[in-house]
Design a protein around this ligand. Structure first.
Ligand code: NAD
Length: 294
């Protein structure tokens, strides 16, 4: 069993570390937010109170932060303190260029590094069924497997450094567009007088199917997993979806790829943020369609 230093105990980090603890690993957590630390400690994480103390004796360091700038700042502080051979893994969703830069920085410090973002959200983190998309050396992934497996449904070695983030950003581009399509369809089906539950069940086994339709269908009382039943609290918030589509648009610009549908959804997400809904689940997108924000 490994000693794992974990930085970032938020919506994802807390349930992911609980899976590692349940699998018998020792997890030493660190977060700037006292409430996040409290929740993680309830899940069995040890919180020694500082980044340096969390790193002490670690075999593996995992970061699960919001943005590339945060990962860069944490690793700048952590790298000089890590024992030789410590495996460094970043599971945050960050820009492809940031991930490539981190590969260079960590390699210069003489340590192995993987970019390993995830899909599956808080439910997948809680159930230990996340999809990991891993960029970096195959040998480093083999070393990481015993640590990733308790949190994972599937682990994909995508390719060289940065390719895990590239796969994640393209995946979330598709999620954003299918979510918008699901919200439009759900409102139109409602206005056409269709029964919400019957329509959702039919579409989920027909060509309108998508993960958003099966998990986030934005009409009340249809799916237990849908945030519409909880005033759009929790889940995958608008701010994070907007961040991911911004990363996709940047990748599109860098590769000369026009992404008109992504741009349209990103503009809608910005309207939601301007309306003060950035902290709500992304399926609040339905409010752009039903006119309740006009
Ligand atoms: P979150 O905001 O809930 O958690 C991030 C945590 O990092 C916070 O608790 C914050 O206090 C902490 N933090 C920030 N800077 C820090 C620092 N310098 N040192 C220590 N702690 C610091 O975010 P989340 O929802 O857990 O998402 C984390 C990452 O996972 C993001 O990159 C997100 O895009 C990605 N992701 C999220 C989901 C989801 O459904 N929430 C799904 C897949 C991927």
């Amino acid at each position: 069993m490994a000693t794992i230093a974990w930085v970032g105990l938020g919506h994802m980090g807390a349930p992911m570390t609980a899976r590692l603890v349940a699998a018998g690993h020792e997890v030493r957590g660190h977060d700037l937010d006292a409430e996040a630390v409290r929740v993680a400690v309830a899940g069995g994480v040890v919180a020694p109170g500082s980044l340096a103390a969390a790193l002490d004796g670690a075999d593996v360091l995992i970061t699960m932060l919001q943005r590339g700038s945060q990962v860069r700042a944490v690793l700048a502080e952590a790298l000089p303190l890590l024992p030789p051979g410590t495996l460094v893994i970043d599971s945050s969703t960050i820009a492809i260029d940031d991930a490539r830069e981190l590969h260079r920085t960590v390699a210069e410090a003489g340590l192995p590094f993987l970019d390993a973002p995830v899909s599956g959200g808080v439910p997948g983190a809680t159930a230990g069924t996340l999809t990991f998309m891993v960029g970096g050396a195959a040998a480093d992934l083999e070393r990481a497997r015993p640590v990733l497996e308790p949190m994972a449904g599937r682990i994909f070695h995508i390719g060289p450094g940065g390719s895990g983030q590239a796969a994640k950003i393209v995946n979330n581009l598709m999620l954003g567009i299918t979510l918008a399509a699901t919200c439009e369809g759900a409102v139109l089906a409602d206005r056409l007088g269709l029964d919400h539950r019957v329509f959702q069940q039919m579409a989920s086994v027909s060509s309108g199917d998508s993960w958003a339709l099966r998990t986030w269908y934005p009409m009340p009382g249809v799916l237990e997993t849908a945030a519409v039943n909880r005033d759009f609290d929790g889940g995958f918030v608008v701010d994070l979806m907007a961040k991911d589509l911004g990363l996709a648009l940047a990748a599109g610009a860098a590769t000369g790829t026009g992404l008109p549908f992504t741009a349209e959804v990103a503009a809608g997400l910005q309207r939601l943020r301007d309306a003060g809904l950035g902290g709500k689940d992304s399926s609040v997108f339905v409010k752009l369609v039903d006119g309740s924000l006009d």
